[in-house]
Design a binder for this molecule. Sequence first.
Ligand code: UTP
Length: 605
Amino acid sequence: MINNEKLLITVRAELKSSALSAYEKNLIQILLDSDQAHIFSNWAPPGEATDEKKALLADLSTVESSYPGGITAYINNARTLLAASKDGVNPFSGYQPEQPDTVDLTSLDDTYSEYEDVAMKNMDKIAVALVAGGLGERLGYPGIKLNIPVETLTETTYIQHYSTVILAMELRTGKPGSVPMIIMTSRDSHEKTMTALTENNFFGLQESQVTILKQELVPAIADNDGHIAMHGPYSVTLKPHGHGDIHMLMHTSGTAERLITDGKQHLLFIQDTNGQVFNAAFAAIGASIKHNLDFNSVAVNRIPGEAVGALTKLNNGDKCITINVEYNQLDPLLRSTVSPEGDVPNEKGFSIFPGNINVLVANLNTYAKVLKDSGGIIAEFVNPKYKDDTRTSFKKPTRLETMMQDLPKLFKSGENVGVTIFDRCWCFSANKNNIIDAKAKHEQGGPPESAATAESDFYLAGRMKLQLAGNTVNEHSEELILGIPFTRGPKVILTPRFALSIGDVKQKIRNLEMSDESTLILDGEDINIDGLKMSGSSALVIRTEKDAKVSIKDKEISNTGFELILLTDDDSSETAPEYLKIRGFKFKNRGAEILEFNTPGNYEV
Ligand code: UTP
């Protein structure tokens, strides 16, 4: 409550003055009613510093209009969560952890292909949501992460790669524009994402199939009473609300309902820099369909104690939910309930609680219902860093956050929640860390998750697909570049147009033999290989336009291909673009055979 008479007078005068609009004055009143008078404590008299005042109110009006229930609801939620946090309420109290229901697709065998086939037959019922509002502080890239090339041979960026997958999905439906793509941006990424889309003609997608949902920042909270933090007389401190905003925005924008009306049944959630995601996504969608899952998390095997969120079934007798439990919460929970030894390895050395990688598949009907029931606010949490054990003041302002994997926290019981486990480098290799941190992570035995490892794994997935199709692919040994592991070959890029499933590769490539430094890039719908031998550092690139059918039979390739050049050995290293600097190497074409077929027809090579 306002207890400072002078302040009260200033604010009242502000409400009477003509400098601010009726909307702005109403917003001030809402803030006063929520005990936020301190916001105005250093304001100049009415009529002065009007632009600054309007800017501050504009920041808060975005919160008022975007957060369900407005600023008042945000502050009330903050107070409730901060009180629970102060009292040390254990969110898992009364729950027993159990192994979640899993589908194990770590073997890329015939069963795996069956799961993929189920999704392939349901392409017209899938939509894709890409969360791309993150700051990317750990990577420190001077642009949006979506604009970074996944690999540097074709320099296909993440956003382009995801778009080409969607276009390839549409080749299966025969209906251009039929696979919706939802992209969540934020203040930090919105403009650059829009520029990338518009300057590239939406990468071949129809503008109408792309929905952009912009997440807004939320006010930071300074204390347990829910006072909004300030960092100047006219500046409130704003912070990201987390990737769980995708759910809120899917609800408030009506997008979830619209997708259902358009006949979509499953929504796949992906991150901004995971070039591996579509290796596994279709089999995961297949698992959702086959096992009638309301929610399905793509997961990887986890070693006990590994710093990855653990997918856990929690049961308290009344309610049973499968959710992501942070690894540092899992061990104490296990020790205090079912396992005095904590998280222990199974016979294969893995925890029975698989690791969450934030690739999720939601059944849209269940999803829309949960959103409606919750008003779109998905399991917010607060994580204040307290100054001391009294838990009365914070080291720095905190804020409410949401995580997209927390959606099942809102499930009542009875929803069918599953976990589909994949081989890690097949389904996940993100580009999150700068080279210094990536090197340190590697030295500590963890995944570096850097641009170089993401690129290396991208080629690895290509090799795996060729090997699964029975071809001979000799692998080069791993080396360290800037202290980060990289495998220089063979480099294999099978674009989504060429193959979306392992079955596609099996159908199109036979009797291929690749040396450990060779390169193969296939970008076309109708390329067939039966008999191809690539020696030394040879490279073959085939690109086709629509209706150009290319057959390669009993061919031998020997050329100087692509040379890997370390930036440290190169004169131009200082001026190299940032997307190369974050890798430490580049490729130079020294004589790759590049075949382009731009007109329809049948071609034999
Ligand atoms: P990350 O964990 O990679 O976080 O987010 P980040 O914020 O991008 O990077 P750091 O932590 O600052 O280094 C996982 C995914 O969630 C998105 C990111 O864009 C990424 O695709 N995200 C994250 C959002 O869309 N919004 C957010 O508020 C946070």
